[in-house]
Design a protein around this ligand. Sequence first.
Ligand SMILES: [Zn+2]
Length: 129
Amino acid sequence: MSALKYCQGPKCHTHDTKDRKRGPKDNKRNETRRRSRFYYLGGNACDMRCQSEWFEVYGSRALDHFGRITEAKVLTKDNAWTKRYDWRSREDGGYQHYIYNHLTDERRNITEQQYDNDQTIDDQGRLTI
Ligand SMILES: [Zn+2]
């Protein structure tokens, strides 16, 4: 069982919905949504509106904090690898796993273990096998 957490949208409480209402008739108020799980803003906002409002308020500051891209990132044949598979393409009904270079169109078959291994291609798209 996971603990309830609050939506991080800075204006969540201002959106007028039934589930945000609390308190007796003569002292009604709206509160920030609280759930065990959210699906927006990396699991921290209750909906797209709260996600977008978070970004309007904090987005630029987050970029300044974590570092902006200050020069072009470059995709070359050395970091253009992705893992793919053909569904039920083998004679035994199994999937044929392969790595694919989307700049050169090169394709190399790999094993399912290599496909499942997160290290086969690093987080920059470079091949490690
Ligand atoms: Zn919210």
